[in-house]
Design a protein around this ligand. Structure first.
Ligand SMILES: [Zn+2]
Length: 175
């Protein structure tokens, strides 16, 4: 094959596989779920992040009646931006479109721990779907909030509280 044909083939391959939103290597993997960290939030830089992501997802899976198999091969991305890209939703702070993206801030305030993000909510979509939020569990997160309550958070390298505000996990009223 002439050299120029190789060049065209390579270009086609790159355009088909390139995804600007997702880097090739995850920051870490929990079970078979890839985790990408695109945030400068203090908690996102701490050594305990993988364990905290794992236990938060575990609590969410218990709440929603799911298993790690439903997240296998999917990715979770922590985004420093207040809004994450989500197909059809212009102002989302969390998104599930096969993969999960959650903001590490809310209303301009950076979260102190991963438990505060919408991860619990988005795991719900991964497990039960329900894009219309018809299931009553979208509005009552008390059991999972109890399971994740009382943990330490981080801000500017100092340890702070990690209060769970279940309103963050509820579906936005506009939906
Ligand atoms: Zn939702």
């Amino acid at each position: 094959m002439p050299a120029w044909k190789h060049a065209i083939a390579l270009g086609t391959l790159l355009s088909a596989c390139g995804s600007p939103a997702t880097p090739q290597r995850p920051d870490f993997v929990v079970h078979d779920t890839l985790v990408y960290v695109h945030s400068d939030a203090t908690f996102a830089r701490r050594a305990d992040l993988p364990a905290r992501v794992e236990s938060t997802i575990e609590a969410a899976l218990t709440y929603w009646g799911g298993s790690w198999e439903e997240l296998a091969g999917r990715s979770v991305t922590l985004e420093g931006a207040a809004l994450v890209a989500c197909d059809g939703v212009p102002s989302a702070s969390g998104c599930f479109d096969g993969d999960i993206r959650v903001s590490t801030s809310d209303l301009g305030t950076t979260f102190s721990c991963v438990e505060q993000t919408e991860l619990v909510h988005e795991v719900g979509h991964a497990v039960i779907g329900d894009a219309a939020h018809l299931d009553p569990r979208w509005m009552d997160f008390t059991p999972v909030a109890d399971a994740l309550g009382g943990r330490v958070g981080y801000a500017d390298e100092a340890e702070v509280d990690c209060p769970i505000v279940v309103g963050v996990w509820r579906h936005p009223p506009r939906h």
